[in-house]
Write a protein that binds this ligand. Sequence first.
Ligand code: ADP
Ligand code: MG
Length: 272
Amino acid sequence: MSLFAKPPVHNESEAVLAVKDVSVRYNGVVALEDVSFELDPGERVAVVGPNGAGKSTLFKVVAGLLHVTHGTVTVRGHAPGGHVCIAYVPQRNQVDWTFPVNVTDVVMMGRIRQIGFLRWPSQHDRRIVRQSLELVNMAHLADRQIGELSGGQQQRVFIARALAQEAELMLMDEPFTGLDLTSQQDILEIMNVLQQRGVTVLVSTHDLSLAAGAFDRLMLLNRRLIGFGKAAEVLTPERLAETYGGRLQLLPTSQGAFVFDNACCGDHHDHG
Ligand code: ADP
Ligand code: MG
């Protein structure tokens, strides 16, 4: 028996996330230009693009943390800010890991809306937090300070928070960056749990082969949306060149082209 509430029933024709003609400018710097797409319930989508492509900007806009300069973002037909069901995991370097909270606290934060303002968590809330931590195999570290965890463990805690929040849409900004292969695999497996619950997952990554192998659809972004669809349709040499410019290396193989993004780990910002 699961403690979690049944997913709410929605109009099937209503996209979980609808982004329409969205442009974002920071003091004149164009971070996103005329981006439109929709996400279906329960699908897993990878956003791929070089540094400075606007991936984090896109996630912040969807999470309601940043206003669009032009266009609209709706989550189940509502503006993002007023929506309870979005879980957002920022890029690692945008989190203050010295903030003194333990694992249980972080996951309990996912329950804040359900608990209500100035009220204490109920036993039900505590049980949901516990069960969420068990699902990501982190219950044994429930009292550990968040800053003392490995990168992979931190990502698992954030997934537990999304589970506790009963989020419908989960945004994870570069969750795989800096993780070893085993930890990456762990995160992908836990994403299966999210998918079983019908949670829609949007992940940004530099890893094209991971994006192609482990996600339902793939989005190529470089300020503009260059492609969005199944990996085989999207990963054409032309689109990749448009996304990555000259930084991309293609290695033709019997399986098609194998692609390296050789800009992924440095600070090769070509603008900004
Ligand atoms: P990505 O996550 O794909 O690396 P970002 O969304 O972080 O891309 O950045 C997109 C562009 O917007 C870059 O040119 C970046 O320098 C610029 N940018 C991002 N955040 C800000 C900000 N707070 N102020 C000004 N420019 C910004
Ligand atoms: Mg980013």
